[in-house]
Design a protein around this ligand. Structure first.
Ligand code: ATP
Ligand code: MG
Length: 392
């Protein structure tokens, strides 16, 4: 089987140059480790979005031989340095200001203590998906902006170590977080949202090879060593997948709810179901599922096209007994806004668009999820009792 895998991987086209990986001698290592395929390629000249495209193509080209969960792609580049070395370098950089100094994250093992609450934070919400590229980061960023419209203070942890994208979405790619006098990391702020990302600590070109338990440690730091005081909501943008990495990330903190994102496509849905199962296993209340990229409405003719299939997520939630939080259509400006660092929900000019309304509706449901159910006796005597005809 390995021979066939190597043959197909060699034929992979680099979208930047149009040449095959074999012609460019990009593969550095391809091997089976147990039932897992480990493949490492030279990433020079390949942007994060092209990297995503390549990794999707790898999974597609091998899908009759090996399931995507068992494929581990690593990258190296000529400017590569070990991620832990990068963190060490960061540690030794001089401090230009006495009040703040460059923040450090330590790559250590997670403390396996009881679930802790994050000081100063109202509700923590984990946002996950089984499959990559379904719009988790886009959703998280725009949900945060929508929640902040009703005056809520919102923060985000970008826990996606493989493709941290929040610095780009919020237009803060070159930011270097600093720590305050109490040695707490000060989150970066953009459009009123405070956020912290692995992207601030690693070079975009660096290989990121983490081991599961270490990730738990780093996320722990993002939860407990960052100054999140004053937040109503802290959203965690998890890396795609439902494995040990995701589990080790969220098992230490007291998370109040989870949202699963999927496209209506069958394969994404299968993974989304796995995502929901993972949150259930961790006894996390699932706020609901969101269908992203649900359809595309042609601006010229107004016809709605169901590019990834129709209504798949709604059917799935019915089977799983989960809430359906809504559909977010495909919208070019949602992507271009993210690419330019001008997120969609921060631009009032879109306030009449279906995507805007979809985010407003999801945010409202998220807020309602945490409102305690009214006491029946209050319902009986109050306003709702009156309209429900319960008042005698
Ligand atoms: N509804 C949408 N309409 C148009 N483009 C979208 C939509 N949702 C997401 N995108 C675009 O799709 C791409 C993937 O989205 P995003 O990076 O948010 O996915 P992700 O699930 O976080 O991916 P990853 O698994 O790599 O972290 C991005 O280019 C994003 O701008
Ligand atoms: Mg992402």
């Amino acid at each position: 089987m390995l021979e066939e895998i190597i043959k197909r991987l060699n034929l992979l086209i680099n979208p930047v140059t149009g040449k095959t990986f074999e012609q460019e001698n990009r593969w550095k290592h391809i091997a089976m480790e147990g039932d897992k395929l480990v493949a490492e390629y030279m990433r020079d000249g390949i942007s994060p979005s092209e990297k995503r495209e390549i990794e999707q193509k790898i999974a597609e080209s091998l899908n009759d031989l090996i399931i995507a969960d068992k494929i581990m792609i690593k990258t190296v580049s000529t400017q590569s340095q070990d991620v832990f070395k990068a963190l060490d370098n960061n540690k030794s950089s001089p401090s230009p200001s006495p009040a703040t100094e460059p923040a450090q994250i330590k790559a250590g093992h997670g403390t396996i203590d009881k679930k802790k609450s994050v000081p100063g934070v109202g509700k923590i919400i984990a946002i996950g998906s089984g499959k990559g590229g379904v719009g988790k980061s886009t959703f998280t960023a725009n949900l945060a902006l929508t929640l902040s419209k009703s005056g809520k203070k919102v923060g985000i942890i970008d826990a996606d170590i493989y493709g941290p994208s929040l610095p780009m979405i919020f237009g803060k790619r070159d930011e270097k977080p600093r720590s305050n006098a109490d040695k707490k990391i000060i989150p970066v702020e953009s459009f009123g949202i405070k956020f912290m990302s692995f992207g601030f600590f690693i070079n975009e070109q660096d290989p990121v090879i983490w081991r599961g338990p270490m990730l738990g440690g780093v996320l722990n730091q993002f939860l407990f060593d960052v100054d999140w005081t004053g937040l109503d909501y802290l959203l965690i943008d998890l890396p795609p997948g439902t494995g040990d990495i995701q589990l080790s990330m969220i098992q230490n903190a007291h998370v109040d709810g989870a949202i699963v994102i999927s496209t209506p496509q069958d394969i994404a849905l299968l993974d989304a179901k796995k995502g929901a199962e993972m949150f259930k296993k961790l006894n996390l209340p699932i706020i609901g599922m969101v269908e992203n990229m649900s359809s595309f409405v042609c601006h010229q003719c107004g016809t709605e096209h169901f590019i990834f299939g129709e209504g798949g997520v709604k059917k799935a939630v019915e089977i799983m007994g989960l809430n359906f939080l809504g559909k977010i259509p495909l919208e070019i400006e949602l992507r271009t806004g993210s690419d330019k660092g001008e997120p969609y929900m921060a631009q009032e000019k879109f306030s009449t668009r279906p995507v805007w309304n979809a985010f407003m509706s999801v945010a409202e449901q998220v807020e309602n999820f945490f409102v305690p159910a009214p006491n029946p006796s209050q319902v009986k005597n109050g306003f709702f009792g009156k309209i429900l005809g319960l008042n005698k």
